[in-house]
Design a protein around this ligand. Structure first.
Ligand code: COA
Length: 380
């Protein structure tokens, strides 16, 4: 054990064995329990993907029906939660609200506190069912509108848009929203997932684990890159301004948001799918401004970086902000929406952690002073 290497940020350290998510960064592939993200986005939906993440296999038709109806029955919020959202400080970020609500929520769930190595989140399903309702409620209440109760005849994504708008979205919009949740549902040992596992390893509740993971996702180095992509798009303003903007950014060694990834060395497969959604939405809504700018940024930046021998490709955040904006979702909801999707992956990791648990307890490399005498205060 003494020759264990120090790795800042645990980079490259294998923290656990896992069967949930395979990321093939060299070839741009992503799998949840062996199913490719392309197949899941095309052939499945967020509820079925959540079942897969919680039960490690695809459901039969009867299993899926039961799971869907449990999930949908759990979407609505207790009046006290709606009041909590209403009374949350006006200037607080919705991620702060979400983190608090998840802890508070556990007080409204029967038989919810389970400190055993197994976990009852498969039964309650509350975190998956309710996070998007909380986000939509916050969005409406802060604008002085009424809370819109969820509908149980809509997919998870379509219902989210319905609760924000108060009107049923077009089927293609609901479908794209739902698939965006699938794309964000799981991605291995990122910071928030690792946070969820660390908390789960103490046998704390799954509510506490999810609440901690939300806190981790809130940080600007984790969630939030798609917000900054939209800041960039707004600053650029038009396709014609892309070239000078990129030249200026590169000369100032400024990062181009949404480009590049620690793991993917080719185009992030989620970005390829997101791009198709943006093309479809741009066509349907007759507004290709965001797509035109982003595509030009991708081409221009890539060719400049390739010329330097550093090929850099779009990541999942590159097109997602524009997709959300065309769906009418304000920027402040982008990271909360990430949480609404990733919660299924977090729960999968919590379950996996508990199945073969060992409390996480790394150690620090001590760089402080050698032991010394304690001087009484009048001698210092
Ligand atoms: C994600 C990120 C941190 C990965 O960085 P990384 O691991 O250093 O990436 P690479 O090793 O492939 O980078 C190779 C080179 O390209 C540069 N580069 C990578 N992404 C870049 C970007 N978006 N803009 C400008 N330069 C970039 C790196 O600085 C590095 O340059 P160097 O050789 O002079 O040090 C980085 O790409 C980034 O900051 N992207 C923008 C933020 C973002 O979209 N984050 C969300 C990630 S899901």
């Amino acid at each position: 054990m003494d020759n264990v290497q120090f790795a800042k940020g645990l980079e490259g350290v294998i923290a656990a064995e896992t069967t949930i998510c395979k990321i093939d960064g060299e070839n741009g592939k992503l799998y949840y329990y062996g199913y490719s993200i392309e197949d899941l986005a095309e052939l499945s939906d967020f509820e079925e993907v959540s079942y897969l993440l919680l039960y490690e296999k695809l459901p039969t038709s009867a299993q899926l029906d039961e799971f869907r109806s449990n999930l949908r029955a759990g979407r609505n919020l207790a009046p006290q939660i709606v009041e909590m959202i209403r009374s949350f400080p006006e200037k607080a970020h919705p991620m702060e609200l979400l983190q608090s609500v998840i802890s508070y929520l556990s007080g409204y769930v029967e038989h919810k506190i389970d400190h055993s190595p197994s976990c009852n989140c498969r039964i309650t399903l509350h975190q998956i069912a309710q996070i998007s309702t909380v986000i939509a409620a916050w969005e409406r209440l802060r604008k002085g509108k009424d809370f819109v109760a969820p509908r149980d005849d809509l997919s998870h994504g379509a219902n989210f848009l319905y609760m924000i708008r108060g009107e049923k979205p077009e089927p293609y919009e609901g479908d794209i929203m739902d698939k965006c949740l699938t794309l964000h549902a799981e991605h291995g040992f990122n910071a928030s997932t690792f946070t969820a596992r660390v908390v789960a390893s103490t046998l704390s509740t799954c509510y506490c684990s999810i609440s901690a993971a939300i806190g981790s996702l809130y940080g600007s180095l984790h969630g939030g890159a798609n917000e900054r992509v939209m800041d960039m798009v707004d600053e650029i303003g038009s396709k014609e301004n892309v070239k000078p903007w990129i030249e200026n950014a590169l000369s100032k060694k400024q990062k181009v948001m949404g480009m590049g990834h620690r793991v993917y060395k080719v185009k992030d497969p989620r970005s390829t799918i997101m791009e198709q959604f943006l093309v479809e939405l741009s066509e349907k809504k007759g507004d290709s401004k965001y797509y035109d700018i982003l595509k030009e940024v991708e081409n221009e930046f890539r060719s400049k970086m390739e010329a330097k021998g550093k090929p850099i490709h779009p990541n999942v955040d590159f097109f997602s902000g524009a997709v959300y904006r065309l769906l009418g979702i304000p920027v402040v909801l982008f990271t909360p929406l990430f949480a609404a999707a990733r919660v299924s992956g977090w729960l999968a990791h919590i379950l996996e952690q508990r199945k073969d648990n060992r409390l996480y307890r790394p150690k620090g490399l001590y760089k402080g002073t050698e032991p010394k005498a304690f001087d009484p205060i009048d001698k210092r």
